[in-house]
Write a protein that binds this ligand. Structure first.
Ligand code: ADP
Length: 238
C-alpha cells in the first residue's frame, strides 16, 4: 500500500508536467502568431517532453511486468565487442539532447580478444546500459563516462563484469543501498529536481537478478560513481 501511494504521488506529477507542457505549446502554436524560430523551439520542446513521458510509461510497464513475474528473458549468445561498439553513435545524440557535448564517452572492450560472448538477453542488457548511461549523463557536468566490460579468469572459467563509470557528483555512502529501491531519488538542493521517477536503478537491479546476476555501486562523493553488474551465465571467448 505504501508503494502504491508513493507510486501515485510520484507519477501523477511526473505525467502531468510533460503533458501540460506539450498541451501548452500546442495551444500557442495553433492560436498565436509565432515566428519560425519560436515554432522550431516549441516543436523541439514537445519532442523532448513526449520522449520524457514515453520513458516514464515504459518504466512503469517494465516495473509492473517484473513485479508480476511476466517479464520474459530471451537468452542468446550476445557478442560483446560488437554490442559495446554499436552503442556509441546513439550516445552522441543523447549528449547533445542533454546539452552536455563536452562530456567524453569512452567505450571499453577487451581488444586482445577477437570475439567475446555471454549468454544473456541482448535487449535487457542494452536497457541496463541505457539506464546507467542516462544517469551518468544526468549527474555529471564534466569529465568522462566510460562504459563496457572487463574479463577476469578464475581457474578455467571466465567471468565478465560490465560497468558504467562517471566523473560526476557521486553518491553519499549512506545512500548507496537505498538508490536501488523503487521511487528513491536524491538530488542536490542547489540544482532543480532531476527528471525521472526513481525507477531506473530498481529496474536494472531486477533485470540483473532475472539473468542470474547482480548490480552494485562504488562511489566517492564529488569524484564520481561506478555502477558494476554481472550475470552468472556462460561466457565464450574466441
Ligand atoms: P532517477 O534517475 O529517476 O532519479 P534512478 O533509480 O535511476 O532514478 O536513480 C536513483 C537515484 O540514484 C538518483 O536520484 C540519484 O540520486 C542516484 N544516482 C543514480 N545514478 C547516479 C550517478 N551516476 N551519479 C550520482 N547519483 C546517481
Amino acid at each position: 500500500d505504501r508503494l502504491k501511494t508513493t507510486f501515485l504521488a510520484n507519477f501523477s506529477h511526473e505525467i502531468r508536467t510533460p503533458l501540460n507542457a506539450m498541451m501548452g505549446f500546442v495551444n500557442i502554436l495553433t492560436s498565436m502568431k509565432t515566428t519560425k524560430e519560436e515554432k522550431a523551439e516549441m516543436v523541439s520542446l514537445i519532442d523532448v517532453n513526449s520522449q520524457r513521458l514515453l520513458r516514464l510509461i515504459n518504466d512503469m510497464i517494465d516495473m509492473s511486468r517484473i513485479e508480476s513475474n511476466s517479464m520474459e528473458i530471451k537468452y542468446t549468445n550476445v557478442e560483446l565487442n560488437g554490442f559495446i561498439s554499436a552503442m556509441a553513435p546513439s550516445l552522441t545524440y543523447e549528449l547533445e539532447a542533454a546539452g552536455k557535448k563536452n562530456l567524453v564517452m569512452t567505450p571499453v572492450i577487451d581488444k586482445t580478444k577477437h570475439k567475446v560472448y555471454q549468454y544473456i538477453d541482448e535487449l535487457r542488457l542494452s536497457q541496463i546500459f541505457n539506464n546507467l548511461i542516462s544517469n551518468a549523463i544526468k549527474f555529471t557536468e564534466k569529465g568522462e563516462i566510460k562504459f563496457g566490460y572487463k574479463i577476469a579468469r578464475n581457474e578455467n572459467r571466465y567471468a565478465i563484469t560490465y560497468f558504467v563509470t562517471d566523473t560526476g557528483q557521486g553518491i553519499l555512502p549512506d545512500r548507496l543501498d537505498d538508490i536501488f529501491k523503487p521511487f528513491v531519488q536524491y538530488w542536490n538542493e542547489d540544482v532543480p529536481k532531476v527528471q525521472g521517477a526513481g525507477l531506473g536503478l530498481a529496474i536494472c537491479k531486477r533485470l540483473a537478478e532475472l539473468m542470474k546476476g547482480r548490480i552494485w555501486v562504488e562511489s566517492l562523493p564529488g569524484k564520481g560513481s561506478s555502477f558494476l553488474f554481472s550475470f552468472n551465465t556462460p561466457v565464450m571467448i574466441e
